[in-house]
Design a protein around this ligand. Structure first.
Ligand SMILES: [Zn+2]
Length: 199
């Protein structure tokens, strides 16, 4: 049986996904250990977002929401954390969408520098069975955060040209994010184990 036109146009998750080169001015602000850590972090997230089971679910969500973005949107995995919101040290940007450049940027979560130096520097360098429970949990959390942030920005992309007031769009996007981020634990845990196996 031949494929129907409907099946052929079904959106798949084949993103234009790349790790962004940080500017030299940012590189000098980090120690060797921190740089190693954040480069490993970015390459881990790059793997998670291309994992087949994660990709399948992302494709299903794009399908349900009728979002077509493959080949059109540049998705950048950023190496270093974004700066804090002005005057709010504990609120850090996790992602952004630039509608002019058709570009989504994903940032790592804020992780204490002391923890990276003393305990976390080998987070991405151990095989899964050797990881402490705390580190396994952290890998699941940073994966979930990257997927949630990506979906959040994709929903902005979907709604961005509808002329909603910003705060309305933000609350709709947050609701969609919450709705679609339930029940990911098993998918994420599988993807994490596949991603760390290569280290
Ligand atoms: Zn938002």
């Amino acid at each position: 049986m031949s494929k129907s036109a409907g099946q052929m146009s079904r959106p798949k998750w084949e993103p234009e996904l790349r790790i962004a080169n940080p500017p030299p001015s940012l590189l000098v602000k980090y120690t060797r250990k921190e740089k190693d850590f954040f480069y490993d972090y970015a390459s881990f997230i790059h793997k998670i977002l291309q994992d087949p089971t994660v990709g399948k679910r992302l494709g299903q969500i794009l399908d349900l929401e009728n979002v077509r973005m493959n080949g059109l949107v540049d998705i950048r995995v950023m190496i270093f954390p974004a700066r804090s919101f002005r005057g709010q040290a504990n609120r850090v940007l996790h992602g952004s969408y630039n509608s002019t450049a058709l570009q989504i940027s994903l940032y790592p979560v804020r992780i204490p520098k002391d923890w990276i130096r003393w305990d976390g520097f080998d987070l991405f360098k151990q095989s899964y069975p050797n990881l402490s429970e705390r580190k396994k949990k952290l890998l699941n959390e940073i994966s979930e955060s990257a997927i949630a942030t990506l979906l959040h920005e994709i929903f902005h992309l979907k709604l961005g040209n509808r002329g909603m007031p910003r705060y309305v769009e933000e609350s709709v996007v947050k609701k969609m994010e919450t709705q679609y981020m339930s029940d990911w634990a098993e998918t994420i845990s599988g993807a994490v184990q596949r991603a760390v196996r290569e280290y």
